[in-house]
Design a binder for this molecule. Structure first.
Ligand code: AMP
Length: 114
């Protein structure tokens, strides 16, 4: 059985508030939301991090970003603006090693991050 918590969410053995799902991509609400809109958009396939992305993943990344755009529209943050975050590796702040893109919006976001 997988130890990856996001694979468990994909399989349905760990609950999550899913907001979008298709054959390859899943989006759900972050458990510790940092903004009024804080979703995690992931491939269903287990890819640990950006370091494991090659050119062959181009179509999958295109799908993920198309889902992000669709959700930004549906959740009403597309016009005002939003942020996509990917943390890679320990010093990059990655805590779950199943690649994911944070979609944050619904408030004014500061820069730079901590
Ligand atoms: P990162 O630090 O970039 O790896 O982000 C991992 C994110 O996953 C954090 O924002 C956590 O709040 C979130 N998270 C961890 N476990 C769960 C879960 N079971 N359901 C939803 N979000 C989670």
């Amino acid at each position: 059985m997988t130890e990856c918590i996001f694979c468990k969410i994909v399989e349905g053995s760990l609950p999550a508030e899913k907001v979008y799902e298709d054959e390859d991509v899943l989006a759900f609400r972050d458990l510790h939301a940092q903004a009024p809109v804080h979703l995690l958009v992931i491939p269903k396939k287990h890819i640990p991090s950006v370091r494991d992305i090659g050119e062959e993943e181009g179509p999958l990344l295109g799908r993920i970003f198309s889902v992000i755009n669709r959700l930004a529209d549906e959740l009403g943050v597309a016009d005002k603006g939003f942020r996509i975050v990917n943390n890679c590796g320990d010093e990059g702040g990655q805590t779950v090693y199943h690649i994911h893109f944070h979609l944050l919006g619904g408030r004014s976001l500061s820069w730079p991050p901590g």
